[in-house]
Design a binder for this molecule. Structure first.
Ligand code: S3P
Length: 190
């Protein structure tokens, strides 16, 4: 269900769980459609940690949708903004669950920054499930909105193979299709 990376270096949370939770920064990473926002909301309600969605914070800051930012300012501008908001949010809050964008760990030093500041969890979802989810909600995602149904699977395979090396640096890998709320909560406690 989940594979923990570098087990020997991760400190178990035991008697002082509640104290540690106060300074817990959890970063959910994974491909578009991997369930980052869904799980982030669910977990944050359960353990009473503030929840942030990185794309939503960027939208609030820029007063434009992600699609508008890509169309008007370009991807490079978006990636700078993404890095800036990630760092500000992380530095300004002691504890949170943050649902990142699919590309967040793959640009600049974002993955090392997140690992240095908290616990990074990769929601690993199969290509077929990603495809089914993304077919239904493609329009708000600028990277895939122009890709036809027939090409979407090939796009996911290609993009995921480019990004896997970043996702794999997560502290913990969760099999998103098998994990339950309870087992996810246990993962947060280790
Ligand atoms: C992106 C994923 C999107 C959003 C932007 C770019 C990506 O977030 O940040 O469209 O590069 O994979 P979601 O993963 O929440 O769709």
């Amino acid at each position: 269900m989940c594979r923990k990376q570098n087990q020997s270096t991760i400190q178990p949370i035991s008697a002082s769980t509640s104290e540690l939770k106060r300074t817990m920064k959890i970063f959910l990473i994974g491909f578009m459609g991997s369930g980052k926002t869904h799980w982030g909301r669910l977990l944050s309600e359960k353990i009473h940690l503030p929840f942030f969605d990185l794309d939503s914070v960027i939208v609030e800051t820029e007063k434009k949708s992600i699609a508008e930012i890509f169309a008007q300012n370009g991807e490079e501008f978006f990636r700078y903004k993404e890095k800036e908001v990630l760092e500000e949010l992380t530095n300004d809050h002691d504890h949170f669950i943050l649902s990142c964008g699919g590309g967040t760990p793959c640009f600049f030093n974002n993955i090392s920054f997140m690992k240095k500041n908290g616990k990074v969890i990769w929601l690993n979802t199969s290509i077929d499930v990603l495809k089914e989810r993304l077919l239904k909600e493609r329009m708000r995602r600028p990277l895939i909105k122009a890709i036809g149904d027939a090409e979407l699977k090939a796009y996911i395979i290609r993009k995921l193979s480019e990004r896997r090396m970043y996702y794999e640096q997560a502290d913990t890998i969760v099999d998103e299709e098998k994990v339950s709320l309870n087992s996810f909560l246990e993962i947060l406690d280790t």
